[in-house]
Design a binder for this molecule. Structure first.
Ligand code: SF4
Length: 394
């Protein structure tokens, strides 16, 4: 049995044993997709914001670049000396280096097609472009202009339609677009119900779980994802009756990506009498899509997303922080990442203007040793500020 398959099987069983059926369902689907790709089936390599609904009609397995590198690292598919030393892209983030090594060492077969966007990460786009040139893999791109103008919108729609047309010309449709639209809309409705429960019962679900499954965003339009979201919603419903917020516990917001060692989040909550109540990565997808305006709606979703501009992210996270009366912000920044870390200074300034402290923890989602050892100090400083500010004893 392959190492990733064994690891994911274990994770599924562990999730079930802990009554986290939604997580088990999510991981089962990831394992199934990887089984197909590692087994030699034609697959597409895509970057994070390429909508899965574009590819589901053709029943093409899709590997999202950061997700596969994260899985690879979690499953220890490559030893550190194998992926770190073997790579030519020394200025790249560890996710790209790891994925490149997986392809180079033929642990993962080459994709049949690459579909990449420069949003949210131009570095991931450039990396995919280089992969396509190195291995002569057909490359489709969505060059997003980060402007909220009609001209930009129309240009994005045109590119999205071209990608969709290419897929129609090269692959046979196996699922009707209407059914994909229906499934996607069903997911959006369930996601909204989950958000509503979380709004009403702050902290009812662990942030660690949310960060484990936020990449469901990449699985819109798939039946298995509807199941996973339904299970999550039902699980939350069942907890509401006996749930209440513990007085005195500080409310924190988690911004940014996921650390390799997720138990860190539990540790922070246990040691400092605080609870994370929201994550910006899980703030996705609010609008339905339609058959007649398929590509337009997918473009609108991208342009509506929280990370589309720095201002949007600052505005949206501040609005939520005020609504939930959040006490502090923890921003996790991936090493050498060109996406979220450069936004931190603006986030910190905006929150400090409304007297909410924001700290940045730095680490690496792939390389364990690159963890910022000073994180305890930073959290302790923040908790001290919170206690002094609110005149509460620590
Ligand atoms: S730079 Fe950041 S967003 Fe881009 S691929 Fe690397 S980790 Fe992902």
């Amino acid at each position: 049995m392959n190492q990733y398959h064994y690891y994911l099987d274990l994770s599924v069983r562990l999730a079930k044993a802990r009554n986290k059926n939604y997580l088990a369902e999510f991981l089962t689907e990831q394992r199934n997709v990887l089984d197909r790709c590692f087994g030699g089936e034609d697959y597409v390599l895509a970057t994070y914001y390429i909508p899965n609904e574009l590819l589901v009609p053709f029943d093409l397995p899709v590997i999202y670049s950061d997700r596969i590198a994260g899985f690879g690292a979690a499953c220890n598919l490559l030893k550190e000396e194998e992926w770190k030393k073997s790579d030519q892209y020394t200025s790249r983030c560890s996710y790209q280096i790891y994925l490149n090594s997986m392809l180079k060492k033929k642990i993962l077969p080459l994709p049949k097609l690459i579909v990449a966007s420069n949003y949210p990460c131009n570095s991931a786009y450039q990396f995919c472009k280089e992969l396509s040139e190195t291995y002569q893999i057909p490359f489709l791109d969505l060059k997003v202009k980060r402007q909220e103008s009609t001209e930009a919108y129309q240009d994005h729609v045109k590119q999205m339609e071209q990608i969709f047309q290419y897929l129609k010309d090269h692959f046979s449709v196996k699922k009707s677009i209407q059914s994909v639209v229906n499934i996607s809309n069903q997911m959006i409705l369930i996601k909204k119900e989950i958000d509503d429960i979380r709004n009403q019962y702050l902290g009812i679900i662990d942030t660690q779980d949310m960060l484990n499954i936020f990449t469901l965003y990449n699985d819109f339009g798939k039946e298995s994802s509807v199941e996973a979201l339904q299970m999550l919603r039902d699980d939350l419903h069942s907890k509401t009756e006996n749930y209440s917020w513990k007085p005195g516990v500080k409310k924190l917001m988690w911004l940014g990506t996921t650390p390799l060692c997720m138990s860190l989040i539990d540790k922070i909550e246990e040691q400092y009498a605080c609870k994370f109540v929201c994550e910006d990565l899980f703030l996705f997808c609010a609008k339905e899509i339609h058959f007649d305006t398929f590509c337009q709606d997918l473009v609108k979703r991208i342009m509506d997303s929280i990370f589309f501009t720095e201002e949007k992210r600052v505005f949206k996270t501040m609005e939520i922080a005020k609504r939930y009366q959040v006490d502090g912000i923890v921003h996790y920044s991936q090493r050498i990442c060109k996406f979220l870390p450069p936004m931190f200074p603006k986030i910190q300034k905006a929150f400090s203007d409304i007297r909410i402290p924001a700290i940045e923890l730095c680490g690496d989602g792939i390389e364990r040793a690159s963890w910022d050892k000073n994180y305890k100090e930073q959290i302790e400083t923040m908790m001290r500020i919170l206690c002094e500010d609110k005149k509460i004893e620590c």
